[in-house]
Design a protein around this ligand. Structure first.
Ligand code: PLP
Length: 444
């Protein structure tokens, strides 16, 4: 039997592919939000990507406003990235040793943001999990504070997201997470300084770290209130806890220096630990934990905090990340900022014309839309959940029908790339009025 004959032919339609996938993959997807659970309908299977476009199994082309959930800063299949990956593949898929490119990528990251050490891992989940372990090892404390609505990957302790303003007790956010694990995570409302003061007053000597998204993008985008991030830096330092700055999503995307460039840098402070992912892998599985040498050098083999990975620093992934960051020039960030602004204006114009109450939530070049929120915008998870979420499904499907692929959830940021050109923007402009009218007609 040849290798080819062992591979069954794939069904040809999106619906048939989903049906087939469901028989062998839980829910038919390898990451839950891809299942279209909150917008309904069958997920679309993509088979090709180029520049700002995705092509599905039925040959339909979409302007992509997901960009693989962030990594494709330069657009899909950027020639320099593809070329670097081809060369890396030709040289060998994985060596299980140190390689020159992992050192070069670490240097490139350290050249953009003030970190002294970078450890490569394969996913953002691993990066935040490692940062938490490091913080506990460094402080010899056990509690972690996180904010409701912030997502830091799916490690047990970080799934605890439920909780009141000042959570004295967290609830597991997933079956399979024990109450004991959840109890090690204190959940506080985002942008709520008083709640954080209270938590530190009650349990400050037990708190190893506060982990925060540099700007939350996983309850839709929520802009940190002015000075809120600086307050996090100040209160953690005051109590001897570490500040873990999760830039897995915003890193090297919200600006050339991530969201830190819009927050910590102008305010003159740095976090203790950072996490990166997405853009630093350019579409390949790479992430990193980084920070001050005094903390990072606690990692094995130098220190007592263990962390490892068979494919960490994989040479093909390093090549994709290096080529992406090397080509992420000022011009690229200017283009993304301009296109993001243009997209916001088109969106606001269409929604306003259709009479849909909304607010735009922004963090650098990232933004999302929230419905029924024009009076105050969205400042925390409760407000994000209280919006008119029912308007998003018809909005999403109208965009899809008109050839634009949006995130299949209202609680996600919209991503543009440097490849989004006039033709792509024109297609979005044509689709938006249909989607806005569909949102206007929606009922709860
Ligand atoms: N942290 C943030 C802020 C994220 O947005 C994500 C994923 O979207 C993660 C961590 C987890 O990254 P990964 O999906 O690579 O595990």
């Amino acid at each position: 039997m040849t290798a080819e004959s062992t591979t069954p032919a794939a069904p040809a339609t999106n619906a048939a592919l989903y049906e087939a996938a469901r028989s062998v993959i839980p829910g038919g997807v390898n990451s839950p939000v891809r299942a279209f659970g909150s917008v309904g309908g069958d997920p679309v299977s993509m088979v090709r990507a180029a520049g700002p476009y995705l092509t599905d199994a039925e040959g339909r082309e979409y302007v992509d406003l997901v960009c693989s959930w962030g990594p494709m800063l330069l657009g899909h299949n950027h020639p320099a990235v593809v070329d670097a990956v081809h060369r890396a593949v030709d040289a060998g898929l994985s060596f299980g040793t140190s390689t020159p490119d992992e050192y070069r990528l670490a240097e490139l990251i350290a050249g953009r943001v003030p970190v002294e050490r970078v450890r490569m891992v394969s996913t953002g989940t691993e990066a935040t999990m490692t940062a938490i372990r490091l913080a506990r090892g460094a402080t010899e404390r056990h509690l972690i504070v996180k904010f409701a609505g912030c997502y830091h990957g799916h490690s047990d302790g970080l799934l605890a997201a439920a909780g009141s303003g000042v959570a004295t007790q967290s609830l597991p956010g997933s079956a399979g997470v024990t109450e004991a694990q959840a109890a090690e995570t204190l959940v506080v409302d985002y942008n709520d300084r008083a709640a954080l003061e209270e938590v530190f007053a009650a349990r400050g000597s037990e708190i190893a770290a506060v982990i925060t998204e540099a700007a939350p993008c996983n309850m839709g985008v929520v802009t940190p209130d002015p000075g809120f991030n600086r307050f996090l830096r100040e209160i953690t330092a005051r109590h001897g806890a570490l500040l873990i700055w999760d830039e897995v999503l915003t890193g090297f995307r919200a600006s050339d220096t991530g969201y830190w460039g819009l927050s910590g840098r102008p305010e003159g402070w740095t976090p203790d630990l950072w996490t990166f992912g997405k853009v630093i892998g350019g579409g390949m599985p790479t992430a990193a934990v980084a920070g001050r040498a005094a903390v990072m050098d606690l990692l094995a083999p130098l220190g007592p905090v263990y962390q490892a990975g068979t494919l960490s620093g994989n040479p093909v992934a390093m090549a994709a990340g290096l080529a992406t960051l090397q080509n992420a020039t000022g011009e690229v960030y200017d283009t993304i900022a301009r296109r993001s602004q243009q997209l916001e204006e088109l969106l606001v114009g269409s929604l306003t014309e259709a009479g849909v109450d909304h607010s735009i939530q922004r963090a650098g070049t990232l933004f999302s839309v929230a419905f029924g929120t024009s009076a105050n915008g969205v400042h925390d998870y409760a407000e994000a959940q209280a919006q008119e979420t029912f308007r998003y499904a018809p909005f999403f499907h109208a965009m899809l029908q008109h050839g634009v692929y949006l995130p299949p959830s209202v609680f996600e940021a919209w991503f543009v790339s440097a490849a989004h050109d006039d033709a792509a923007m024109d297609r979005i402009a044509e689709a938006l009025p249909h989607a806005a009218r569909a949102a206007a007609a929606a009922t709860a």
